[in-house]
Design a binder for this molecule. Structure first.
Ligand SMILES: Cc1ncc(COP(=O)(O)O)c(C=O)c1O
Length: 346
């Protein structure tokens, strides 16, 4: 067995491996042949899980990654001269290499926020351009749940945004790469932050929660669902051996594995934040509402920690780092990291 060369990474939940139950689900799907491109029993089974969890109108479509899920989800909503309103921290705006602009030909109208969260009032400016043929037409609002700053929208906050978007003829898209972490933090069901609050299309992330290249586009507006197979293929997100993706997503939705993994990761982030509370040299940059801790760290402390641990600065000038936990982060990993932080500050 090859041992990792560094202690547990705090850089990203993407650094974690695959949860054993998900590996088991892939192994169970392995024997024999199955039809390709989603015409298999595992994908049909996943479709039933989606309806059980998100309601009878929900249609789930497995895809390969989170950025691709965003492209397919947004493509469903946009015409040739349409724009998307999103926070300036949105993954689609800052970390997808301009895919939305290049592949969808859309304009992203980015809004500065204090905490990664859009509010209904933020739609007022862009909304004022509706009907002006000199402006791209805002047709979708895209939010991330969990946000890129580790914060969560409450169900009421999403409902208010959905109402505001719909009142102006826009649809609401949710980048749910960490939807499970949000539901676990809020103590609610996955439907309570999607189906029940007016979301039209969202991605359901598996990869950051213990899966391997497994995400889904979930469509709650039935008028949009027919286009997904075509847009998924055109966006290069159609997996030929889809059974292995579907089996993973079904495993996450079975016996609340999604919740166990996410709530454990969240609890490890909270353990880290609780430990930081007694280290006066380090302050939290944002509330801890998921599996991410954003902290303001003196440069010499960050440098010392980086000699042993993996993590990223999100704003080096301001000394802000992001420390992330995963389904397999243990209390001992966190305590070891806290010990190192205490040594580095002293
Ligand atoms: C909020 C959010 N959305 C989307 C993505 C994209 O996921 P992927 O890298 O699987 O395309 C990420 C990845 O870090 C993310 O953090």
């Amino acid at each position: 067995m090859i041992e990792p060369t560094y202690p547990k990474s705090f850089a990203s939940d993407n650094h974690a491996g695959v949860h054993p139950a998900i590996l088991d689900a892939m192994t169970a799907a392995n024997p024999g042949d199955a039809r390709a491109y989603g015409d298999d029993t595992w994908t049909a089974d996943f479709g039933r899980h989606v309806k059980d969890v998100f309601g009878p109108r929900a249609e789930g479509f497995p895809v390969l990654n989170g950025a691709g899920a965003n492209m397919v989800g947004l493509a469903l909503m946009l015409g040739r001269y349409d724009a998307v309103i999103c926070p300036d921290t949105a993954h689609i705006a800052g970390h997808e290499t301009g895919a939305a602009e290049r592949l969808l030909g859309t304009k992203l109208i980015t809004i500065p926020t204090p905490d990664g969260k859009l509010r209904p009032d933020d739609l007022a400016g862009p909304r004022s351009t509706i009907g002006n043929h000199h402006d791209p037409q805002p047709r979708a609002v895209s939010i991330s749940q969990v946000t890129e700053l580790g914060t969560c929208y409450s169900p009421d906050e999403i409902a208010a945004l959905a109402d505001a978007a719909h009142a102006s003829g826009m649809r609401l898209h949710v980048d749910g790469a960490r939807l499970a972490n949000a539901a676990a933090h809020l103590g609610c069901s996955l439907a309570a932050i999607t189906t029940e609050v007016g979301v039209d299309v969202f991605s359901f992330g598996g990869t950051k929660n213990g899966a391997l290249a497994a995400e889904a586009v979930v469509v709650l507006d039935p008028t949009l669902a027919d286009a997904v197979p075509y847009l998924r293929r055109q966006s290069l997100q159609l997996a030929s051996k889809m059974r292995f993706i579907s089996a993973q997503l079904s495993a996450l939705l079975t016996d609340d594995l999604w919740h166990r993994n996410a709530s454990h990761a969240n609890a490890m982030a909270m353990r880290l934040a609780d430990g930081l509370a007694s280290i006066p040299q380090i302050a939290l940059a944002y509330p801890v509402e998921s599996n991410a801790v954003f902290a303001v760290v003196p440069p010499a402390v960050a440098t010392a920690l980086l000699e042993r641990f993996l993590f990223h600065h999100t704003d080096e000038a301001a000394g802000i780092v992001r420390w992330m936990t995963a389904f397999d982060t243990t209390p001992a990993h966190v305590d070891d990291f806290l010990d190192a932080i205490r040594k580095a500050v002293s």
